[in-house]
Write a protein that binds this ligand. Structure first.
Ligand code: ADP
Ligand code: MG
Ligand code: MG
Ligand code: MG
Length: 394
């Protein structure tokens, strides 16, 4: 009689992660390994593992079967680990060098083994500390154009594209975005989290039917428009950077959605920096915003020439698509600004400001900018007009 012992999910300890790493044939067989759990601990474990005498290191990221939200644990699918690993691999096909290399995937343990990027810093942290990332927008513009074009109907045969749509079905993680970005901040929900001094501004949002109608339309786009394989969570906390390198991590929210969502999330997180910075330190961020859109749209246009899409040479079609991406980008950026100010998940850029007056003032600005971007997304036709809008609320 044989008894099949099936491998089952269990969460790793640091000791367990070391044993796991030893099985990978990555380190020399007799290497002594050190291990530290370095994640934020809300959704996933991130184990950093390095040989004691030597330079080799790797990262083991493990999904936990729950998320800690408002003090409670909610069950959350482990499948997101495979989604994340497969999105990293898919995006690496087109943006090699801009994502960490995946060394191994373990669907049962919900583990991704990947390149260690500890020599870089999370861009949000670096931007708050006024560090200079001269290549950030060039790299992210390229990442966006390459990953989004090549996974869209302009870069793929319709059969290949629809196969990917089904492989990257990610309903539970999408639901988090649908609730936390598109719904809850616009209603009096208990997941919201805002300072008492913002209450009047928040109530004005809840009572603004015109704004809510536009948010409802943006949410509908997010839920129905399978344009490209998105990263799905492209804020500056999902980007590692240095002066020379940029790497995009953490695509566990990856799914087929509207292209402007990825572009808009990144731009919104830069816009927060334009609010918090003094004039002389702010110019560099405005340049990043301009450069991101310029590189994205010019590289997307170049790739368009390689398309086999039947309408690719039809006068005005490429411009129509880029205009649509631009207005979506502004609308999604607006939603991100509002939810990062009054929703469940905040950003350190704003919350770490100690002076109460200044912090509240900045938060009022992100709310105003967010609202204007949503409402005026079809009127605004260029990044210069976005800058005009940013000046108006300063
Ligand atoms: P989560 O999905 O829980 O947000 P992340 O993938 O964003 O997890 O990782 C959380 C943190 O772990 C990052 O902010 C970073 O500090 C660290 N980390 C993640 N991936 C790597 C990596 N490849 N190399 C080095 N550190 C990493
Ligand atoms: Mg994190
Ligand atoms: Mg994540
Ligand atoms: Mg993260």
């Amino acid at each position: 009689m044989t008894i099949a012992i099936e491998k089952q999910y269990e969460s790793l300890t640091e000791e367990g992660a070391v044993l796991y790493a030893k099985e990978l044939n990555f380190f020399p067989p007799d290497a002594e390994l050190e291990c530290r759990e370095i994640g934020d601990g809300n959704l996933n474990y991130v184990f950093y593992i390095k040989e004691l005498s030597g330079d080799k290191s790797l990262i083991i990221k493990q999904a936990l079967p729950y998320a800690k939200v408002v003090g409670e644990s909610w069950p959350l699918t482990l499948k997101r680990a495979a989604i994340e690993a497969n999105a990293l691999k898919k995006h690496a096909e087109f943006a090699a060098g801009l994502v960490p290399t995946v060394y191994a995937i373990d669907e049962v343990l919900a583990i991704t083994v990947m390149e260690d990027l500890s020599h870089l810093k999370i861009a949000r942290e670096g931007l708050i500390e006024l560090e200079s990332y001269p290549n950030l927008s060039k790299h992210i513009g390229k990442y966006l154009a390459q990953t989004l074009f090549h996974t869209s109907d302009f870069g793929l045969h319709p059969f290949e594209k629809k196969k990917l749509v089904s492989e990257f079905s990610n309903p539970e993680l999408c639901k988090i975005t649908e609730d936390l970005i598109f719904t809850d901040p616009f209603f009096d929900k208990e997941t919201n989290d805002f300072e008492p001094l913002l209450r009047e501004a928040v109530k004005a949002i809840w009572n603004n039917g015109t704004l809510k109608l536009e948010v409802a339309k943006l949410k509908n786009s997010f839920m129905t428009e399978a344009e490209a394989l998105l990263h799905g969570d492209l804020h500056t906390g999902s980007i590692f950077a240095s002066e020379t390198e940029t790497k995009v991590i953490d695509p566990e929210f990856a799914f087929y959605g509207p292209i402007g969502f990825d572009v808009g999330l990144f731009l919104a997180n830069l816009i927060v920096q334009t609010v918090t910075r003094e004039n002389d330190k702010r110019v560099v961020i405005l340049n990043h915003i301009q450069q991101t859109w310029e590189i994205f749209s010019s590289e997307f246009s170049e790739l368009w020439k390689t398309s086999s899409h039947p309408f690719k040479d039809t006068e005005g079609y490429k411009e129509y698509i880029l205009d649509k991406i631009f207005s979506d980008t502004l609308g999604f950026a607006g939603c991100e600004l509002i939810r990062r100010t009054i929703g469940l998940a905040h950003v350190k850029d704003l919350d770490s400001i100690e002076d109460d007056n200044q912090r509240i003032n900045f938060k009022k600005q992100t709310l105003q900018i967010g609202e204007a971007l949503i409402l005026k997304r079809y009127e605004i036709c260029s990044i210069d007009e976005v800058f005009g809008l940013l000046e108006r609320f300063r």
